[in-house]
Design a protein around this ligand. Structure first.
Ligand SMILES: Cc1ncc(COP(=O)(O)O)c(C=O)c1O
Length: 402
């Protein structure tokens, strides 16, 4: 099957792609038919059959295991190393709060992180006196420069390096393997925020040398909201104290006594806490199976990267475009400014033509995400939409609603 034919079939399974030029997967990917059907079937089952039936509990446990296995396969990991979470930030919090901090311990991070990757670290500063060291990462820095600068920031008190695999603002792919190698040499742990990498680029936490890797379902994996996963390297499990704990964290639901003793599950499952939204679990299982078995990760990753380069090439041909994302950035995000135009107004204006992109504040810019389901026509329509905007006076664009 040709690349275009495969993409056409994928688009047919994601109806929003026929209605909009959907270029905002970095915020939330489109839902596929198989995912919606599983969500609806799960909801209907709960509605018609009842949620608390004796026979439905083993089904729930089996679904949870199936989902953990799905994330483990995605991350090239063992199921024992995966905990289901609710989003990326959940996973970052589990690690940040789970380590035992002493006043003066240092965390090295970068200027290119999302709040989800940063704020859980800041709490360690406020609560325990940890020191946050921010390494400046510019979008023109080479992977080698980034790794060297991070290495230079490591001191005798550094305990953790926390970086995203793909920077959410510029789309730059971070050299996590080199960072992890430097960290290991110095006895420092590495936590990766995989919000913009999971489903977008190849990732292999175990062989990359990092220690913790947090991912969401709703972005490049096109899954429902409220689901994510955290990978914890098996040897690092004992370093993390559980912050939140509940009946799903235990070996089984009776693994505790009334003297304050409890027995956490042996694997990363110990960080799972309580009731989950079952339809979303079923939907994410079906979704991951569709992506990995019907489409295949190599095809998905190659197409995302090729479309990002194509979009970048088409955008730089617009005279008003100031490109932020460097060529070969290696992700599905392309960030650029439209000289003289307020990005928020441009987003609102494009949306009137059913072109969905987002604006950023640092840098003040527009960001597009090229999903595997996008095509050349989407990019052409984006360029057309931007050219129509640059034909107007910047002040003629309506101010954004918020
Ligand atoms: C790099 C990065 N980290 C974290 C987040 C927060 O993601 P979540 O809502 O899955 O916690 C985002 C969301 O855009 C992101 O881009």
């Amino acid at each position: 099957m040709s690349d275009d034919e495969k993409a056409r079939r994928a688009r047919a399974e994601m109806p929003v792609t026929g209605r909009k030029v959907y270029l905002n997967t970095g915020t939330a990917g489109p839902l596929a038919r198989v995912t919606l059907e599983a969500l609806e079937a799960g909801g209907r089952f709960e509605y018609e059959t009842g949620r608390g039936t004796f026979s439905s509990f083993p089904v729930l446990l089996a679904d949870i295991e199936r989902l953990r296995a799905g994330f483990a396969a995605l991350m090239g990991a063992s199921e024992e190393e995966v905990a289901l979470t609710h989003h990326t930030t959940d996973g970052v919090n589990i690690v940040a709060h789970g380590l035992a901090w002493q006043a003066g311990d240092e965390i090295v991070t970068t200027s290119a992180e999302h709040e989800g990757g940063l704020l859980p670290l800041y709490v360690q500063k406020r609560r325990h006196g940890a020191v946050i060291k921010v390494v400046d990462v510019g979008h023109r820095d080479s992977p080698d420069e980034i790794a060297v600068n991070i290495g230079r920031a490591i001191g005798p008190r550094t305990r953790l390096i926390a970086v995203s695999h793909v920077n959410w603002n510029t789309g730059l792919r971070m050299p996590v393997e080199s960072i992890a190698a430097i960290a290991r040499e110095r006895g420092v742990l590495t936590l990766v925020d995989g919000a913009q990498s999971a489903g977008a680029i190849p990732m292999d936490p175990a062989s990359s040398g990092v220690d913790f890797y947090a991912v969401p379902a709703q972005k490049w994996l096109c899954g429902p909201e409220g689901i994510g996963a955290l990978w914890v390297r098996a040897e690092r499990l004992s370093l993390l104290e559980p912050t939140f704990i509940g009946f799903f964290s235990l070996v089984d639901t009776s693994s505790y006594d009334l003297s304050g003793n409890f027995m956490p599950a042996s694997g990363a499952r110990r960080f799972e806490v309580g009731t989950v939204y079952r339809p979303a679990v079923k939907a994410m299982c079906a979704n991951l199976e569709w992506l990995s078995e019907e489409l295949g990760w190599p095809w998905i990753h190659a197409r995302i990267a090729a479309l990002a380069e194509r979009a970048r090439g088409a955008l730089v041909a617009i005279p008003e475009v100031e490109m932020v994302t460097p060529a070969g950035a290696g992700s599905g995000l392309v960030t650029f400014a439209l000289r003289g135009y307020d990005p928020a107004r441009v987003v609102a204006e494009l949306e009137k033509s059913d072109i969905v992109v987002r604006n950023l504040h640092d840098p003040e810019a527009l960001r597009i995400s090229t999903g595997f389901f996008n095509d050349a026509e989407d990019i052409a329509r984006l360029v057309e939409g931007l050219r129509a905007i640059t034909a107007k006076d910047p002040e003629a664009l309506a101010p954004p609603l918020f």
